[in-house]
Design a protein around this ligand. Structure first.
Ligand code: CTP
Length: 403
């Protein structure tokens, strides 16, 4: 599965470093070529000789290498990597990565890397929950770094809690999934809609909703990182579009429909994460509406349902809808999926803590037409997006195999 892939394994200081040997061994069995970079403190926990024997590749440490050598070798090493994995990633190295420090060979290489970076944090429960570590992880996540775990359980220091490095098989599985979905998504065209549409009343006022666009942007980012050709049709948001994604800005539901319909035929996957206004003012007032000292009744007309029109028009496209609900989440979601003829529907309770508009995290359930359902726990919107990439890729593959 990893044949010909060059993986750079970074090891930092922590008791979990002994598990890095198993990670290297599993990666090698899957066909990966491995180079290892160990920080000085990592070498206190596991020897470079062990890593060299298990990985069968070069092992770089700070202890024996002159800083002068870093300057020459870090670029070549960074360029050769198809993927970088730092496991275990200590709180200290995560903090250095967040700041962009380059004070040892590993952090110097990490600054030069263009390939995707995965980190498997490992530390004591209190260190993991410290606001500084959480803030650093948030920065890294927003930069597109993949964070695996950590798990919860018994810790070497004798306490119990979050911060245990994920098990080697889990880490290697995530890396396998990453390469698998990028192979399957190469050249695939994905259309994502995001943000909340605005329905203008007059030149300065609109009817809008609370959507921040974060979920849709995360989905666009995750598909682009997985190798797909992504177009993001976005209603206004305060977010920066992810790199490598073609962006089409729109304002109203009608504009969004026009752009989506123009692009629809050539798409393979369409994900409608946008919060589309169901109604718009019947008349757009050319001049600012003045107050009259009396109440004001606005007449609204219904907007087209973009998703439903796609469901009716689709031929080969895999269509994913979203549903923001406040009650009877699953029942309402199932009804929407059937009505709009989608291949999958992602529902969330927008009133739940840690889910919904504006939040950095989400708690979603994924519904399928055959009645199956996947409930994901609370996780960052980018993690949800990555899981969606995997689930959509796998479901589509099953559909195609049946045909
Ligand atoms: N949607 C759409 N066009 C609309 C309304 C919604 O394409 N005019 C899409 C959304 O992008 C989302 C899905 O339909 O993928 C569900 O949106 P939601 O607002 O939850 O549902 P509605 O169908 O509008 O139902 P209601 O507001 O009555 O709950």
């Amino acid at each position: 599965m990893l044949d010909g892939k060059h993986i750079l394994l970074g090891i930092t200081g922590g008791i979990a470093a002994y598990k890095s040997a198993e990670i290297a061994s599993r990666l090698r069995k899957l066909g990966a070529q491995i180079s290892v970079v160990m920080t000085e403190s990592a070498t206190e926990f596991i020897t470079p000789l062990t890593m060299r024997s298990i990985s069968s590749g070069p092992v770089y440490t700070d202890m024996f290498d002159e800083p002068k050598r870093w300057n020459v070798e870090h670029i070549a090493l960074a360029e050769a990597a198809d993927l970088v994995l730092v496991a275990p990633a200590s709180a200290n190295t995560l903090a250095k990565m967040a700041l962009g420090l380059a004070d040892n060979f590993l952090t110097t290489v990490l600054l030069a890397v263009q390939a995707p970076i995965f980190v498997a944090p490992a530390m004591n429960n209190a260190m993991y929950h410290h606001p500084a570590t959480q803030e650093n992880l948030k920065i890294l996540r927003e930069r597109g770094i993949h964070i695996i775990g950590p798990d919860s359980g018994f810790q070497a220091c004798g306490t119990e809690g979050d911060g245990r490095m994920s098990e080697p098989y889990r880490i290697v599985e995530e890396i396998g999934n990453y390469f698998r979905s990028s192979v399957q998504l190469k050249g695939e065209k994905v259309l994502v809609t995001a943000g909340g549409t605005r329905e203008m009343l007059d030149p300065v006022r609109y009817l809008g909703n609370l959507s921040s666009g974060k979920m849709g942007y995360a989905i666009a980012q995750a598909f682009a990182e997985a190798g797909a050709e992504v177009t993001l049709v976005t209603a206004p948001t305060s977010l920066t579009p992810p790199s490598g994604v073609k962006t089409v800005p729109v304002v109203s539901a009608q504009e969004m429909q026009q752009e989506v319909l123009k692009l629809f035929d050539e798409q393979d996957i369409v994900i409608k994460a946008a919060a589309v206004a169901d109604y718009r003012p019947a008349v757009f007032q050319e001049q600012k509406i003045k107050k009259t000292g009396q109440g004001l009744i606005l007449e609204l007309v219904q907007n087209p349902d973009i998703l439903q029109s796609l469901g009716e028009k689709k031929n080969h496209q895999f269509i994913v809808g979203f549903a923001a609900e406040t009650q009877n989440i699953i029942e309402n979601g199932l009804a929407k999926m059937r009505k709009k003829k989608t291949d999958m529907l992602v529902v969330n309770d927008v009133t739940a803590e840690g889910a919904g508009f504006g939040s950095d995290t989400n708690i979603v359930s994924i519904l399928f037409p055959d009645g199956q359902r996947i409930d994901l726990p609370q996780m960052s919107k980018l993690e949800v997006a990555k899981r969606l990439v995997q689930i959509i890729t796998a479901t589509r593959k099953k559909q195609q195999d049946k045909e």
